[in-house]
Ligand binder design. Sequence first.
Ligand SMILES: Cc1ncc(COP(=O)(O)O)c(C=O)c1O
Length: 362
Amino acid sequence: MVFERMPLEDWFDKYQYEVDWDIGESGMKFLSLNDLGFELGDVDLRYGYHLGAPELREIISKQYRGRTAENVAVTTGASEANFSIIAHLVGKDDHIVVEHPTYPSLYQVPRSLERDMSLLHLTWEDDFKPNMDELEKLIKPNTKLVTLTHPNNPTGSQIDENSLMRAIQLAEENDFHLMVDETYRDLTFKDPPPLAATLSKNAISITSMSKVYGLPGIRIGWAVADRPIIEGIRAVREQMTICNSQLGEAVALRVLQERDEILRKMRNIMLENYEILKKWMDNQQWLEWKEPEGGVVAAPRLKQGGPTRELCKLLVDKYRTFVVPGYGLEMDEYFRLGYGGEKEELIKGLENLGKALEELYS
Ligand SMILES: Cc1ncc(COP(=O)(O)O)c(C=O)c1O
């Protein structure tokens, strides 16, 4: 078993602090405690409940029709939910199917654990939507888990309700679990399909407060699932983190108590920024894309083809501008743009991107 670094995170770790214009980040602009105006002096810095504070689990469960606080495990980011569920459900003789591209840990964890894994490839031709006939072909008698991510990071594609229902039907018929990473679900342009965990005992929803709320520093995410899965997560995490940061939980609870208002603000920023990005894309000559349907990420590619590493490195070195090269997402010919940040930063970053494209390709 070998845990290797993920190229995406290596890129972030090297360059995210070395730039002035970040148009590669995958979430909304980061918030500070001052932005939120929370006073946290009364937070007890003891160990927390291993599945998250009851009040926090309760408020989360309200979003999931038919589920209660007992079905919620609050975790150290969606990353820990993802790791714990894979570690719990997929044993050494089992098989897992992972949609690709996606946030890399979803396939890197099974690789590190040396599990038998098949990739369900999203293609340009299919508008990066998962093809359920392809999924059906990949299922084996020992498949224990299938993971999907929608809206998808990095393509911004959104699974439609029929496909989601078909995936759930396959899960029920073939006795595997379907885990849907719904991290970007609150930032779709149109109404998204229902939350997976509300649809079936075989479905698991995971999500994060990192992206939609601009709060990756609190390291809070969660999973909603049937009790045996929640117990599995508890067993795994007791050997990793034990519980969440109590400061993180306190911030999460207060944010969720004001969820509707915060979400409304975030959605307005996203829609305004998206207009800027779309206009820019419509008026430039080097790139093509499939328009995202949600999330705050998109994955353009060069019209002339070829890898994007040189472009991304030039942007960092000369223009102090951050985007994510496709090699970090195992899609060399693309790169990731993020449009959740400050409007001025997006405008300036896109201007720099235009200059770098002209320098390399005109
Ligand atoms: C789809 C998706 N899932 C999970 C994660 C990990 O998020 P967290 O910060 O909650 O661990 C990311 C981070 O980029 C992501 O894009």
